[in-house]
Design a protein around this ligand. Structure first.
Ligand code: AMP
Ligand code: MG
Length: 347
């Protein structure tokens, strides 16, 4: 039985306390962060961390992120040089995750046997309080493996009921895409995953951060640098088609070809949709906020397929496009390839 913990003002402290006790006793708890919901357990308890992989059907070679709520805690789990530590003091808590050399007390199950560990200091008051009480929490995103990340507690309850010990029922999260991951074990630092913390801001604070073209989200299986990136991610169950050329996207959604498609589009492009549509947002922040939520709306709709437009890859837009490409069954860049969409419907 999963315990659903009420997060309204009157119950919040009691709920967090209960969740922390569960974690200390080797249990698993789904909790909100500012990015997406996480599925956490005591980072120092290997048996508890094993339950995370089982609850999510996650392959054990895809390591977890260790969540901390203070710089003292950081000291228990990873090595960091003074220069980087000082910079992080001006940034954390925030949706920027660092890959660092791990300390020995972090069990192998957390890092899939690697000598590095991802560290995150989340900017969410429920998460911070939970970690304060329970100690460092190992947590990946709460979704079942390959599914879109979970950005609301209703979906968390639907997807994880009876798979975890407790779920904190705290509504929608702030950003809607996962944290940015930067590998700080090498120079220059390397962007492993674009996320809610913009690359531009990371560079202005940390200095040079190298971003290879795989962060765009194409063909990650061939060039996986981080273990998690070899797996298909974030995808709705229905086939989603990305049309990167905006004119072609508009032509497609305004034509009869789009009859069986739900169009996922910006506020400005919604007027062109001849059939059903979902407006992702008025700006890129709203789009990020709604993206995974709307993938699930697509799955619950009566349309057979989804078609989605592209967005500017600035700021959080880099993460939005990375997630869209990974979630897409097919990405079509130009006019010549539009015909491939129809062929793919029968694959
Ligand atoms: P999730 O929280 O579900 O987004 O998953 C955590 C992400 O962090 C995955 O993409 C992992 O591959 C990545 N990650 C965690 N630990 C490491 C590590 N030691 N080395 C490389 N990537 C890592
Ligand atoms: Mg994930």
């Amino acid at each position: 039985m999963t315990c659903i913990l009420n997060a309204d003002d009157a119950h919040l402290n009691g709920s967090i306390h209960k969740a922390a006790l569960m974690i200390k006793n080797g249990g698993t708890v789904v909790f909100p962060t500012e990015t997406v919901y996480g599925l956490g357990a005591d980072a120092f308890n290997p048996d508890a961390c094993k339950k995370i992989y089982m609850a999510k059907d996650r392959p054990v070679d895809n390591p977890l992120i260790v969540h901390i709520s203070s710089f003292d805690m950081l000291n228990d789990v990873a090595y960091i040089d003074d220069d980087l530590l000082n910079k992080m003091k001006s940034i954390w808590p925030s949706p920027l995750t660092l890959l660092l050399k791990k300390k020995n007390n972090v069990p192998d199950i957390v890092t899939s046997g690697l000598d590095t560990v991802c560290i995150r200091f989340p900017d969410n008051k429920i998460a911070l309080k939970l970690i304060d009480e329970a100690g460092p929490i190992a947590a990946p995103s709460a979704n079942l493996a390959t599914k879109p990340s979970i950005v609301d507690s209703e979906t968390a309850i639907k997807e994880l009921n009876n798979r975890v010990d407790a779920i904190i029922d705290a509504g929608r999260v702030k950003y809607g895409v996962e944290s940015t991951i930067i590998d700080c074990t090498k120079k220059p630092y390397e962007l492993l995953r674009p996320g809610a913390f913009s690359l531009e801001d990371a560079i202005s604070i940390l200095g040079n951060v190298h971003a290879s073209e795989y962060v765009e989200g194409y063909n990650e299986s061939k060039i996986a640098l981080t273990p998690g990136l070899k797996y298909r991610h974030y995808a709705p169950s229905k086939k989603l088609f990305l049309i990167e050329n905006e004119n072609e996207f508009i032509k497609f959604i305004s034509s009869d070809k789009s009859k069986d498609f739900l169009a996922l589009c910006s506020y400005d492009n919604a007027k062109y949709a001849r059939y059903d549509k979902i407006i992702l947002g008025k700006d890129i922040y709203e789009t990020a906020h709604n993206l995974f939520y709307d993938f699930r709306l697509l799955d619950n709709s009566d349309k057979k397929y989804g078609v989605i437009q592209s967005f500017d890859e600035k700021g959080i837009g880099l993460a939005v496009m990375n997630r869209i490409r990974k979630a897409s069954f097919m990405a079509v860049k130009d006019k010549e390839n539009i015909g491939k969409i129809n062929m793919a419907l029968y694959e």
